[in-house]
Design a protein around this ligand. Structure first.
Ligand code: ZN
Ligand code: ZN
Length: 422
């Protein structure tokens, strides 16, 4: 076994130490603001207000108490991208195949059509039609029609974004290192090791041709918020998220919806962003709750609000300051998982195993992330706990379960090597 490999394994086995503060189970979330100086921005004071509103809303809606947001201030987005946009990586190269070329006025999607149709088939044709304006809706009778009209609009929207100017300069950088490309963002967030949540005021073009989410593509073809894979961030087992502020800050008429009241004060907006946008993103990230449509009024994860304007949705949140009974199953399952991590961290492996198993039983099938991958992680943690107890038979048994759900699970594969060498 090579030295580096031993090092990797040792650091993997230490994971839970980063996860929770050993004494009081407090989770520290690292936050930063990746600022684009070319477009309107807000102050650190505003960001702090947004965070404190989000924290309060999470407490009201999910009873979240044990989370501290460590705000690290403003960071230069260009230098951050320079450091982490690893274009020679396999990760980037795999995505770049489907990356929309911002220098062309036409989207070359024909060669990806089978993949695009496969992606769109996750929705029923009837539901997809609803995303389109009435005049187009009547012309759609197949998935081929959907692709045709979707890309026609997609192309138009991207070309509009490319020509937008602020103070005489183009907002979109068309270069390959662009901070305005979503695929570049996916890469940067994959390789960065610093933040669990980032704010940004930059405009992000949705440039993944094979996954044309209708709500994103048909609206402005831009990204309003996202979660990312960040394997080096351990708090949420390798995920991070982004809150995008562009639309709330831009004075450009193109983005003004008639329904939004722009006369509201900056402070009011901070509260809206914190409660309605950031806290919702955190609901995905902390509790893995998917976007829902059938929860009671005032539920933070209710995505039928998304069709509504921000201010209306925000007012509903304030009107119903209660925990959502339907969200409770996700919250309980994740709290059990976090509790198990804290026991593991205190080297109380026996009890940790009990609570990891309980978390598996509690976890709802429908998650914001892949269910099998998530359960595979929990089985891995059980296996690791048995390994720590020197119970190799059980360690092997649960590792097998973990790998059967997600054969590429890196942590499980490392642990397998370690066990086999015993
Ligand atoms: Zn959502
Ligand atoms: Zn709910």
């Amino acid at each position: 076994m090579k030295i580096e490999k031993i090092f990797i394994i040792i650091s993997l086995l230490l994971i839970p130490i980063y996860i929770l503060n050993a004494t009081n189970n407090i989770i520290h979330i690292s936050v930063a603001y990746l600022e684009d100086k070319r477009v309107p921005s807000i102050s650190n004071k505003d960001i702090k207000k947004i965070i404190s509103s989000a924290k309060d809303e999470l407490y009201i809606k999910f009873g979240t108490k044990n989370i501290i947001f460590d705000y690290k201030g403003k960071k230069n987005i260009k230098s951050f991208f320079k450091k982490y946009l690893k274009k020679n990586s396999k990760f980037y190269k795999n995505l770049a195949i489907y990356k929309l070329n911002l220098r062309k006025n036409h989207i070359d999607y024909e060669q990806f059509k089978p993949e695009i149709i496969k992606f769109l088939k996750q929705w029923k044709l009837w539901d997809l039609k609803d995303f389109f304006p009435p005049d187009i809706k009547s012309k759609i009778s197949s998935y081929d029609d959907i692709v045709y009209y979707l890309f026609k609009i997609y192309e138009k929207k991207v070309n509009i974004l490319k020509n937008l100017k602020f103070k005489g300069r183009f907002i979109i950088d068309k270069s390959k290192d662009s901070v305005n490309s979503y695929i570049n963002w996916l890469t940067v967030m994959y390789f960065q090791n610093r933040y669990d949540i980032v704010f940004s005021n930059t405009l992000i073009v949705y440039d993944n041709i094979v996954a044309p989410y209708p709500h994103a593509v048909l609206r402005y073809a831009k990204v309003g918020g996202s979660s990312f894979e960040s394997p080096k961030r351990k708090i949420f087992d390798g995920t991070s998220s982004m809150v995008n502020l562009f639309e709330m800050l831009t004075p450009l008429k193109y983005f003004k919806s008639k329904k939004i009241d722009y006369s509201l004060s900056r402070e009011k907006w901070d509260d809206i962003i914190g409660r309605f946008i950031m806290a919702h993103e955190m609901g995905h990230m902390i509790y893995l709750i998917p976007d829902v449509y059938d929860h009671p009024k005032g539920c933070l994860m209710d995505s039928s609000y998304m069709n509504m304007d921000y201010y209306e949705g925000y007012k509903i949140l304030l009107k119903y300051p209660f925990q959502c009974p339907k969200c409770k199953v996700w919250v309980d399952a994740r709290n059990t998982h976090f509790y198990a991590d804290s026991l593991f961290n205190k080297k109380n492996y026996k009890d940790a195993i009990f609570y990891y198993k309980k978390a598996i039983k509690q976890t709802p099938r429908k998650l914001d992330i892949d269910y099998n991958k998530y359960i595979s992680l929990l089985y891995y943690k059980i296996s690791l706990s048995f390994y720590k107890l020197n119970d190799i038979n059980n360690a092997k048994k649960y590792l097998k379960k973990s790998l059967s759900l997600f054969p590429e699970n890196k942590k499980s594969n490392y642990l397998k090597e370690l066990i086999n060498e015993k």
